[in-house]
Design a protein around this ligand. Sequence first.
Ligand code: DGL
Length: 272
Amino acid sequence: MNRGFFTFVFMSNQPIGFFDSGVGGTSIWKEVRQLLPNENTIYLADSKNAPYGEKSKKTILSYSIKNTDFLLKKGCKLIVVACNTATTNTISKLRALYDIPFIGIEPAIKPAALQSKNNAVGILATKGTLSSELFAKTSEKFASEITIVEQVGEGLVELIESGQLNSPKTTELLQQYIKPMLALKTDYIVLGCTHYPYLIPQIKKIVGDKVSIIDSGEAVAKQTQAILLKNNLLNNSFNKNFHQFYTNGNLEVLKNILGKTPENTTIEFADF
Ligand code: DGL
């Protein structure tokens, strides 16, 4: 056995890191955990700085670097940028700056555009995502022939960060944002922010069952699996898994959104 073998075994046991502007990226963590139950994980909720969606590209990059450094100090072998806003504005820079694999998340425009029968797709995302170059390129590539109704979900991240998944204000904003999509006969709504899957029950009440709602969670989990496999990084040890969650915001909100967690899960406040 050579040194390379030990390095490889050591690395593959290391955790997968996740970060988001807050609690929303736990929707991605849940998908990854379901597909890869043998992986250790560390999740960072930068709730103190949420929402990222209204901030400048430079500020979003500085938060993304700070979060990445925290996760690397904890020994993460791969980082899932569980935030559309951070991905669409910073992923190419992160990949250039660091020597580990990054998985990003982008609005699922391609599958929606391919499956829409009415050729009309609604997209609910942050201002930062909808105004990014990456988003412009993806829509140009996959959806130039169809009607795209873009809508900034202003205020929704703040409501979710304060634990209001089902408040009258949340319903009011969702109705305001979704009704114009329905008026243009969209039969697909893309959730382009990792916080929004937590609003699916409320969105379904508004759109009924004729409109499909899609997000990128499952695709991100599959991509994470593929990249771990490609880099020989899948955890193959039989040690008990661990899951560590850190927030610099409200601990209770994070606990509530996570719901039931696996054994060996810790949820702590950290000032990062
Ligand atoms: N979860 C983030 C995303 O996917 C929310 C961004 C924000 O904080 O505005 O875009």
